[in-house]
Design a protein around this ligand. Structure first.
Ligand SMILES: [Zn+2]
Length: 309
């Protein structure tokens, strides 16, 4: 299917002026080959009122938003579309407070939940793993050395980082919060992030030993701590960009329980940083938003205070 998306804010405003127009767009993203009944797989359906489709085979009333992040939302799709545009059109993303202001939302909580649902849609279910040569390392977030505001509520979080080699540069990345540096955890991260048969490059940490199904290049650090960045330059670059983003856009005020959402957003942006068109990011986000399971508000735990989004 040709990738079809608005290229400017003006285009977005004109094209998605009604909920019906938004729904029609989501329909083509969710069912690019034409309608497929979620219950019986039937391919024939009749449109009903309020955006429902009646399956011609089993009479099931299918909704294009059922099972997606838009399910059960009391917000109109027109507003969701503008939120997706805000999130994807700005280089560093949007904060909950910024979103609340721009969209004129009544409460900060609503903006915060909206943003976190979108973040969850940023990581595609069943996305493909990194291949080729992949650097893998770990880093800490939070704690003393970051100068994090509100650090009294935070302990250090461990983040595993994988960065694909692309010539002298960086290809795609994967980030995940991990509980510890045990062999099981690190090998598990690699299995999720890197395609078997690829070459994994790590430092000398013992826990990386015994990797099965991968080529393994260990780069052991000498006595000079400055040399660490040269051993695995790509992951070190990713880590420094990640920390700058967390500290800059979000003032570092991110509770550990929400860190995963931010890692997902950073990964989404980073892996599409070469994309010439911001509209294309909008397209990807909308596409992924109709693929994921719904996130009830309760599962987002409790919204943070103002300034934390
Ligand atoms: Zn059916």
């Amino acid at each position: 299917m040709a990738e079809d998306y608005p290229k400017t804010l003006m285009e977005l405003e004109q094209r998605f002026a009604t909920n019906q127009a938004c729904r029609a767009y989501l329909f083509t993203l969710r069912w690019p080959e034409g309608f497929a009944c979620p219950k019986c797989g039937g391919r024939v359906a009749w449109p009903m009122s309020r955006g429902l489709w009646l399956c011609g085979r089993c009479r099931y009333q299918a909704s294009v938003t059922a099972g997606t992040i838009f399910q059960d939302s009391h917000l109109p799709l027109t507003l969701w579309f503008r939120a997706m545009w805000q999130v994807t059109s700005q280089k560093n993303g949007a904060s909950a407070l910024g979103l609340q202001r721009v969209l004129g939302l009544g409460s900060y909580q609503t903006a915060w939940a909206l943003l976190h649902k979108l973040r969850r849609a940023m990581v595609r279910p069943g996305r493909d793993r990194l291949t080729g040569v992949v650097e893998v390392d770990e880093t800490y977030w939070g704690g003393e050395e970051e100068g994090v505001r509100g650090r009294q509520t935070q302990d250090k979080a461990l983040i595993a980082v994988a960065a694909q080699e692309d010539g002298g540069g960086i290809g795609r990345i994967r980030l995940r919060r991990i509980p510890d540096l045990t062999r099981a955890t690190l090998h598990g991260f690699i299995a999720q992030a890197v395609e078997p048969g690829s070459t994994v490059r790590t430092d000398g940490l013992q826990a990386y030993r015994g990797l099965v199904g991968y080529g393994h290049e260990r780069r052991v650090q000498g006595p000079d701590p400055e040399a660490a960045g040269k051993l695995l330059p790509r992951v070190h670059r990713v880590v420094s960009l990640l920390k700058r983003w967390l500290l800059g856009t979000h003032q570092g005020a991110i509770g550990q329980e929400y860190l995963d959402y931010y890692l997902d957003e950073f990964t989404f942006r980073f892996n599409r940083r070469q994309s010439a068109s911001r509209g294309k990011l909008f397209y990807r986000l909308a596409q992924q938003a109709v693929q994921v399971a719904p996130v009830p508000f309760d599962s987002l735990v409790h919204p943070q205070p103002v300034g934390a989004g």
